[in-house]
Design a protein around this ligand. Structure first.
Ligand SMILES: Cc1cc2nc3c(=O)[nH]c(=O)nc-3n(C[C@H](O)[C@H](O)[C@H](O)COP(=O)(O)OP(=O)(O)OC[C@H]3O[C@@H](n4cnc5c(N)ncnc54)[C@H](O)[C@@H]3O)c2cc1C
Ligand SMILES: COc1ccc2c(c1)CN(c1nc(C(=O)N(C)c3cc(Cl)c(F)cc3C(=O)O)c(Cl)s1)C2
Length: 446
């Protein structure tokens, strides 16, 4: 395309999916002066009363914040709207609670509203004159090598053919762009559903408009095979997510069984939610599935690319899905700039470098899911956290706990794992040395 004032070629970009990642990506491309067309299956959510769907709020950490900052949105979306969470608050069965800080006193993650984020990103994208949003448009097929897409307007089913120099698939875990990509040879794809489902409940604000639990915490009720997690909302309510195997959900098929279950496993949460609200919210919708998707390469030549959940959907047990998708947007922009918008080599480099990191965080999230049962319960989790924070304070640049490197640094995700493996080796050697010295001393004493 024509070269703009910065001397870089300007292209026509079609972004499929107006969710969190698609709308942020639209801001990045628009900021560079490209012609952006954003196609979203749903209606404009800013005109809807209630938006159905997933977790009402999310944990935003440094990776996501850095991506928002580069398009000038971190202040408005995080500092003003996000609720800082400085520690986890763990709820034991006996109702006692214990807090474990995320790091040093100023280190926190933010609870942000999903709808607020999505609406704000849409509005920010639309502010650019070179961004055009098309709602109620469902991608139904495409010839990605030619940059050709076929949309079906909802609900009329009217067909619209669209062409672009670059197609960016940000259409989520069940991506249609990815489905089209997989028709090409040499494309890997795997997806795993886990036996757990999730369901959202709500702890309403107190009558005086304040939070019913200590506000600046990520609350967790770890109960082995299942758990609950609660993040604070701006309106002083809490969004509570219950994770449980589908067959366990199936057993709670009457209000009596549901209340008995909660009184047995989450007694302190029952009065906070309220018995009527618990019953009505629980039976209002079915538990949703959780899927992990790995695939690659993420591009087809210089005409198509997938980012966000379309490329790497992960189970939510690290709170990194959106953060990773936002990081995709920032890294893609950086690699395009590095290649002076020579799209072919840039997409190839993006896919080659990002794929191992995306697969690493998908693996870490799944690891957390498996470990989760006793992750926050087992004494060793607590001891490990204390040892980690002690060693981290002694050698801040050397000893970085895994979740600190994931949540509080920009270290490539794959390197976070290497960093942990090195520490495990050192830890075991330390442990062995420790045991060795003990034995030696006993030997000489005996
Ligand atoms: C229970 C739960 C808790 C989570 N908690 C966190 C958290 O705390 N922190 C965090 O970082 N992440 C979290 N996540 C992950 C986060 O929700 C996702 O990573 C994020 O939403 C991915 O954004 P996306 O834009 O890639 O995909 P999506 O948000 O799925 O958006 C895809 C968009 O594409 C549209 N679309 C789909 N198909 C088509 C089509 N054919 N044509 C046109 N448009 C289409 C959809 O309507 C949608 O708007 C959580 C996820 C779940 C399920
Ligand atoms: C909106 O729905 C959801 C659902 C799940 C999550 C989030 C939001 C946000 N999540 C975060 N997880 C970490 C983390 O690193 N670990 C190891 C944890 C993993 C689990 Cl499962 C947990 F319960 C606590 C921690 C913890 O450490 O607090 C963060 Cl740091 S944020 C999980």
């Amino acid at each position: 395309g024509a070269n703009g004032c910065d001397g870089f070629p300007k292209i026509k970009v079609a972004i499929v999916g107006g969710g969190l990642v698609g709308t942020l990506s639209a801001c990045y491309f628009a900021k560079r002066g490209h012609e952006v067309h954003l196609y979203e299956l749903r209606p404009d959510i800013r005109e809807l009363e209630h938006v159905p769907g997933r977790s009402i709020n999310l944990a935003l950490s440094v990776r996501g914040r850095a991506a928002l900052k580069e398009v000038g949105l971190e202040e408005q979306l995080v500092q003003r709207h996000g609720i800082p969470m400085y520690a986890r608050m763990i709820h034991e069965l006996d109702g006692s609670t214990r807090s474990i800080p995320y790091g040093k006193k100023d280190q926190c993650i933010y609870s942000v509203g999903r709808r607020f984020l999505n609406e704000s990103l849409l509005t920010a994208a639309e502010k650019y004159p070179n961004v055009h949003c098309h709602f109620n448009q469902k991608l139904v097929s495409a010839n990605l090598k030619q940059g050709q897409m076929t949309f079906e307007r909802q609900p009329s089913k009217e067909i619209e053919q669209v062409e672009a120099q670059l197609v960016v698939g940000a259409d989520g875990a069940f991506s249609s762009v990815r489905k089209q990509m997989m028709k090409q040879p040499l494309c890997d794809f795997s997806q795993t559903y886990i036996p757990h489902g999730y369901l959202e409940l709500c702890i309403p604000a107190l009558s005086d408009g304040t939070h019913a639990m200590p506000k600046n915490y990520l609350h967790i009720w770890p109960r082995g095979r299942f758990m609950m997690i609660a993040l604070p909302n701006q309106d002083a309510s809490w969004t509570v997510t219950l994770f449980m195997p589908f067959d366990e959900f199936g057993k709670l098929d009457t209000p009596q069984r549901l209340l008995a279950f909660f009184k047995e496993h989450f007694p302190d949460a029952v009065p906070l939610i309220g018995e009527e609200k618990l019953v009505s919210d629980f039976f209002a919708c079915k538990p949703s599935p959780l899927v992990s998707v790995k695939c690659g390469p993420y591009n087809i030549g210089d005409t198509a690319l997938i980012i966000g959940d379309a490329a790497h959907a992960m189970v939510p047990f690290y709170g990194q899905g959106m953060n990773a998708g936002f990081e995709d947007c920032r890294l893609l922009d950086a690699v395009l700039l590095k290649h002076k918008f020579d799209v072919g080599p840039a997409l190839k480099e993006f896919s080659t470098t990002r794929r191992p990191d995306a697969e690493a965080i998908c693996g870490l999230a799944m690891y957390n899911y498996v470990e989760m049962r006793d992750l926050v319960n087992r004494k060793s989790f607590l001891i490990r956290k204390k040892v980690d924070s002690l060693l981290h304070s002694l050698m801040p640049n050397l000893w970085i706990p895994l979740y600190t490197s994931v949540t509080f640094s920009h270290m490539p995700y794959a390197q976070c794992i290497k960093n942990k493996e090195w520490q495990d080796k050192v830890r075991h050697t330390k442990q062995n040395q420790h045991d060795y010295l003990i034995n030696k001393r006993q030997f000489y004493r005996s």
